[in-house]
Design a protein around this ligand. Structure first.
Ligand code: NAP
Ligand code: ZN
Length: 353
């Protein structure tokens, strides 16, 4: 084992602070990565503050971070895909059972025994739970390591590992392409990537936001139209017309308002992880034979496909790059939806700790 610098939270109410954590020495199949950038996902905030306690309680101390980009420092003897110096990435998953039907279908994200990058039991026994990317290094099985296209800005590429794949995968699954009308609800980290992908796939893209201040940005990011969701007339104008709506909202809200925006056979796919159950009117779904769906990140092969697509189309997240010492301030701003449109930690700032 060796020690890594990191930031962790000791409880739901304490701020994140500098610490030192153990990492395992690379086994034959492992890649040791020097972390350069790590994005800040709303899931980091929700888990640090133990907001999902009824579903996946947080084990403290927690080291969050699952939007990791870095450089390979060392590889185990059996590693074939990577060598020291390569630009690589790690997302939300670091292991799965490799034997279930989902793993066999390249859907490790749906494996019942997957290991999340942080706050999952650590199968290697290095620590009670896995520790994430707010750290200067990480050791990961090569199967869960992704290759970063070398033309991409690295800070902007880090959020692709969660915000990117979580919006790309359901848009692909529900057949978003040219001629389709697609709604993106919530212009945050996931939402702004959803806009970029829907636009790149050729769909007519409409953003739903609570905030008039975000209208200009939504158009710049690729939206064809913007609806301020508080405005009932604007909502009514689009009722019954969408093929697909991707809902990225991180808090409880009225789902029927978006079910009613769907055309017959249209699909509302949820990715926002809200703490409490949300009621839905069955009639809204019955009328028009509409679908209500969920989606969780994406498999490893699809994550690489998404990264390659981003390389080809030069797509990255719009990031506010911060030193790790500003992470608590960034969390407070993220809780208020005040970020354009993803915070990303420059890990070189850990050196001074
Ligand atoms: P984010 O950057 O905070 O964006 C969420 C957006 O939702 C906000 O910018 C805001 O957009 C809107 N919003 C927030 N509170 C709202 C409310 N009370 N009512 C209506 N709209 C509200 O968060 P994120 O990182 O994109 O993550 C979004 C959600 O997805 C989180 O719950 C996160 O945990 C979850 N997540 C899920 C997966 C998955 O695999 N399914 C993966 C990653 C994250 P406007 O200001 O434009 O209204
Ligand atoms: Zn995330």
């Amino acid at each position: 084992m060796f020690k890594s610098k990191a930031y962790s939270a000791a409880s739901a109410t304490l701020p994140l602070a500098s610490t030192s954590i153990p990492r395992r020495n690379p086994t034959d199949r492992d890649v040791q990565i020097e972390i350069l950038f790590c994005g800040i996902c709303h899931s980091d905030l929700s888990q640090v503050r133990n907001e999902w306690k009824d579903i996946m309680p947080t084990i403290y101390p927690i080291v969050p971070g699952h939007e990791i980009v870095g450089r390979v420092a060392e590889v185990g003897r059996a590693v074939t895909k990577y060598q020291p110096g390569d630009l690589v990435a790690v997302g939300c998953l670091v292991d799965s059972d490799h034997t279930c039907p989902q793993c066999k279908a390249n859907l490790e994200n749906l494996c019942p025994n997957m290991t999340l990058t942080f706050n999952s039991p650590d199968k290697h026994g290095t620590a009670p739970v896995t520790y994430g990317g707010y750290s200067d290094s990480i050791v990961v099985d090569e199967h869960f390591v992704l290759r970063v296209p070398t033309n991409l800005d690295l800070a902007g590429a880090a959020p692709l590992l969660c915000a990117g794949i979580t919006s790309y995968s359901p848009l692909r699954r529900w057949g978003v392409d040219e001629g389709r009308k697609v709604g993106i609800v919530g212009l945050g980290g996931l939402g702004h990537m959803g806009v970029k992908f829907a636009h790149a796939f050729g769909a007519h893209t409409v953003v739903f936001t609570r905030s008039e201040r975000k209208m200009e940005d939504a158009l710049r990011l690729g939206a064809d139209e913007v609806v301020v969701s508080r405005n009932a007339d604007e909502m009514q104008k689009h009722a019954g017309t969408f093929d697909v709506i991707l809902d990225t909202v991180s808090a409880q809200h009225d789902l029927d308002a978006y079910v009613n925006q769907l055309a017959p056979d249209g699909t509302l796919t949820l990715v926002g992880a809200t703490e409490k159950p949300t009621p839905v009117s069955t009639f809204g779904l019955l009328m028009g034979r509409r679908n209500l769906a969920g989606s969780l990140i994406g498999g490893i092969a699809e994550t690489q496909e998404m990264l390659d697509f981003c390389g080809k189309h030069n797509i990255t997240a719009d990031v506010e790059v911060i030193p790790i010492q500003k992470v608590n301030e960034a969390y407070d701003r993220l809780a208020k939806s005040d970020v354009k449109y993803r915070f990303c930690i420059d890990m070189a700032s850990l050196e001074s700790e």
